[in-house]
Write a protein that binds this ligand. Structure first.
Ligand SMILES: [Zn+2]
Length: 112
């Protein structure tokens, strides 16, 4: 079963239409329905404090990451000039699909 999941993740990362990149949008609240390839940067009270995105594996789970400078665990998010988004360090879901990936310049790099 694990092999099947890994295979589909591999397929997903190499599918020909992968030119779709994850691009950022600044919002004040997480929308009810998130879109694939959209990274929501939640800006409140004059600072960016959270990032929300759909799990890139397609399981439709919502991933929320705290990006406040002092938070632990905390992530650093960068929006590039072409609006693609980079996140560091990697994102690792400890529940559900257990996806582990990097988001670099709008591209998902799966960890083995
Ligand atoms: Zn997932």
């Amino acid at each position: 079963m694990g092999f099947v999941i890994r295979f589909f993740k591999w397929l997903w990362s190499w599918r020909p239409f992968r030119r779709s990149r994850w691009t950022g949008i600044v919002v004040s609240d997480i929308p009810d329905r998130l879109k694939q390839y959209r990274v929501y940067l939640i800006w409140e009270d004059g600072q960016l404090w959270q990032v929300a995105m759909l799990c890139p594996c397609g399981c439709s789970a919502v991933i929320q990451l705290c990006v406040l400078p002092d938070s632990r665990p905390g992530w650093t998010v960068t929006m590039n000039s072409d609006r693609t988004v980079s996140l560091s360090p990697s994102v690792w879901r400890t529940t559900g699909c257990q996806s582990h990936f990097f988001l670099r310049s709008g591209r998902i790099d799966w960890c083995a």
